[in-house]
Design a protein around this ligand. Structure first.
Ligand code: TRP
Ligand code: SF4
Length: 439
């Protein structure tokens, strides 16, 4: 199995994806102590992560951390696209600084749009909706890939430690793949890591909230970070904690610096073995590794390195289309667009594929299947904030009290409210876009 970021596959078996790709389970203990956890976190829509512990730690200890995510301006914005921005807005409310890439280069390379078209879509379609949904201009910047020199430079420079075999194995590129497409994952790596450059706030934990189709880019970014580090802090096979210098230049200076830092952190039982380019820390515990690693990363930046922290990521499930397959801009009947008329939205909901039984009688007898119902998904992802109310619907559907007709009507009503609110606010948003854009 391969995850293809540019295909239109839906992934049904999320647990299997986790196992196969080493994505970690987004378990309760990761979000329970965050302030007012968002419904997408509480309800298992976010089902997996890489390195979220670092983010949790920053939130709890009120240390700076960043959000970086991106949008492909290739069609109209629908409910599937809304999820990421809902997450972003939540993270903004709990202290993250927000960075959003308009992936115009990727859209050009993979969706056959010009940079100009991508720009128009971003400015007229996506960004006004982001603002309408509640994204605040403070500590927030939206930029275009094609206009950011730092992103493009990083893409090029970081590419030095990635080879063609790795790109083929990760993405399935072959001799017929065009170079712009082949290069686009490196641009995305540039997006993800540039926020840690001094100019954009320096080295800090960065969370990339995305759909699971983006995991190959996350893995690539995390690998690239490791490949460019000067130091590595790990537990060895014989359970010792050590700092290792990974490069061949300036080894003794790097070891001296590491030693100084370790002593300043109050580690005293240090065993330096210059031949191994290593310092073993006999009085360190496994919990100390991250903190030591962060201190050493900072030191690297003084020696001309990047010292990037590995980016963290969360992965959300994809919302099912109203027709029962993928929600996609190219099939308007499958998607509710944020700019849909109320009449169209209602019509799509009334035609949606539910988990209802073949007849009313059957449904009264055996109940419906909310977990296989697109209307229920609308409640779960977008329409109902109150967990108790959601649970009541689940129960009364299952025990045959609730019928699909009335249930759809209720969903349509809530959807009308949501869309009216968004569309109202979109009107005022046009005049505010400038506050968000960074050049
Ligand atoms: N590739 C992403 C998509 O298809 C868009 C994107 C570009 C992105 N740069 C990013 C997402 C950086 C997360 C982080 O939607
Ligand atoms: Fe879905 Fe509602 Fe029908 Fe249950 S009653 S299957 S939740 S539409």
């Amino acid at each position: 199995m391969k995850i293809d970021p540019w295909s239109s596959t839906t992934y049904q078996d999320y647990a299997k994806l986790r196992d196969e790709f080493g994505i970690e389970d987004f378990s309760d203990d990761l979000w329970k102590n965050l302030p007012n956890p968002h419904k997408l976190l509480r309800r298992g829509v976010i089902f997996g992560h890489r390195g979220f512990q670092v983010i949790q730690d920053s939130v709890v200890k009120k240390k700076p951390w960043a959000i970086l995510t991106g949008l492909m301006p290739s069609g109209k914005m629908h409910l599937g696209h809304k999820m990421v921005i809902d997450e972003v807005i939540y993270y903004q409310s709990i202290g993250a600084d927000i960075n959003i890439a308009v992936a115009d280069i990727e859209t050009f390379a993979t969706r056959g749009r010009t940079l100009e078209e991508a720009k128009d879509l971003a400015l007229n379609e996506y960004i006004p909706s982001y603002i309408a949904l509640g994204l605040k201009p403070e500590k927030c910047r939206i930029y275009f890939q094609s206009k950011n020199e730092d992103v493009k430079d990083l893409a090029y420079i970081l590419g030095k430690k990635v080879n063609w075999s790795q790109m083929q194995a990760t993405y399935g590129f072959d001799g017929s793949s065009n170079m712009a497409h082949i290069f686009s994952p490196l641009v995305q790596t540039g997006d993800i890591l540039h926020v840690q450059l001094e100019k954009y706030g320096g080295n800090r934990p960065t969370l990339v909230p995305v759909g699971v189709d983006q995991d190959p880019h996350i893995r690539l970014s995390r690998d690239i970070v490791q490949a460019h580090r000067f130091y590595n802090v790990t537990v060895t096979r014989d359970k010792k904690i050590g700092v290792f210098v990974k490069i061949d230049e300036n080894v003794s200076k790097l070891l001296d610096d590491a030693e100084k830092i370790l002593r300043s952190l109050n580690f005293n039982r240090l065993k330096r073995i210059t031949d191994y380019k290593a310092i073993y820390i006999e009085d360190a515990k496994e919990q100390d590794i991250q903190m030591i690693d962060e201190m050493l990363a900072k030191q690297e930046t003084k020696l001309g390195g990047y010292g990037f922290f590995q980016p963290s990521a969360t992965f959300h499930r994809f919302i099912t289309g109203l027709t029962g397959d993928k929600m996609s801009s190219s099939k308007p009947e499958s998607a509710i667009f944020l700019t849909d008329s109320l009449k169209d939205a209602t019509k799509k909901i009334m035609n949606a594929k539910t988990g209802g039984a073949v007849s009313l009688e059957e449904q009264k007898k055996h109940g419906g299947k909310p977990d296989e119902c697109v209307v229920y998904e609308l409640f779960l992802y977008h329409l109902i904030d109150d967990d108790k109310e959601l649970q009541d619907i689940h129960i009364s559907c299952k025990n045959g009290e609730k019928m699909c007709g009335q249930c759809k009507k209720y969903a349509a009503q809530l959807m009308e409210k949501l869309l009216t609110n968004i569309q109202e606010k979109r009107k005022a948003a046009a005049g505010k876009i400038k506050q968000y854009l960074s050049v």
